[in-house]
Design a binder for this molecule. Structure first.
Ligand code: SAH
Length: 241
């Protein structure tokens, strides 16, 4: 009898709660449907039948409209890259989901991101419970993203301005590394900063020719393997290297 009473009270309480709905919740749900459809359609490339529940939950949570210029908020939940200024782009949501899935991050993992850009990918990684270290070469972008991530309460993200080609040696080794700009080759400093058993995703290729998203794995014995995942299109990795 007592238990029955508790259940009724709980139900009444739940119904009485104010709605938690945010401004773009419906748009974000629709975006997720497209992301899941893309993931299913590219199964033969990625080898992964579906995105992991953790990746889906993180993508459902992060408010992409906070990471795009104010004038583009209404377009934020299109499954498309969008301009963020300085000739750079925020990646397409499906690509963010796929890259996050490929590195298989777990809570507590240390993850290095090269190319903070808007800070969106860093936020998704932080929602997975990892400690994120993110480097951006364009100072105003890096500072803006760092400030935004702090404002949004992401305490497990550290950002810095610099050339990500050389990684973040003081924070190494990393369980995972994500490069979000296209490079001509896998930067050796990043391979060194990857833990044995760690994974790196990186788009390889030139700006105007086909680029491939690559999954690089460092085995426990230190040997490195790599596998092509998908043709992609990223802005180039710049810097003096
Ligand atoms: N991850 C970003 C996508 C950014 S686009 C997001 O979620 O919004 C790629 C970014 O990489 C750009 O902002 C570009 O300035 C940056 N970049 C290019 N070369 C770099 C380098 N050598 N080191 C660090 N960042 C670099």
């Amino acid at each position: 009898m007592k238990r029955h009473f508790a259940l009724v009270t709980l139900l009444v309480f739940c119904y009485a709660l104010p709605s938690q709905g945010g401004e773009f919740d419906a748009e974000r749900r629709k975006m997720m449907e497209e992301v899941l459809a893309d993931a299913a359609a590219t199964f033969s490339y990625s080898g992964s039948p579906a995105l992991s529940p953790g990746v889906i939950a993180a993508m459902e949570k992060v408010e992409r409209h906070r990471f795009v210029p104010a004038g583009l908020a209404a377009a934020a939940y299109l499954n498309r890259p969008l301009p963020i200024g300085y000739g750079q782009t925020i990646s397409q949501p499906f690509i963010v989901a796929l890259m996050t899935d490929l590195v298989k991050v777990k809570a507590g993992d240390k993850v290095l991101e090269i190319g903070t850009g808007s800070g969106y990918q860093a936020a998704v990684l932080a929602e997975m419970g990892s400690s994120v270290y993110s480097i951006e070469i364009i100072e105003p972008l890096g500072k803006q993203a760092g400030g935004l991530l702090k404002t949004l309460g992401y305490r497990n993200v550290e950002t810095r301005v610099g050339d990500g080609y050389y990684g973040w040696p003081e924070a190494a080794p990393f369980d995972a590394i994500m490069v979000t700009a296209a490079a001509s080759h896998v930067p050796p400093p990043l391979v060194r900063q990857l833990k044995p058993g760690g994974r790196m995703v990186i788009p390889l290729g030139t700006q105007f020719l086909t680029q491939y998203l690559m999954l690089v794995e460092k085995r426990m014995d230190g040997s490195v393997t790599s596998r092509q995942i998908l043709p992609v299109r990223f802005v180039p990795l710049t810097g003096g290297h």
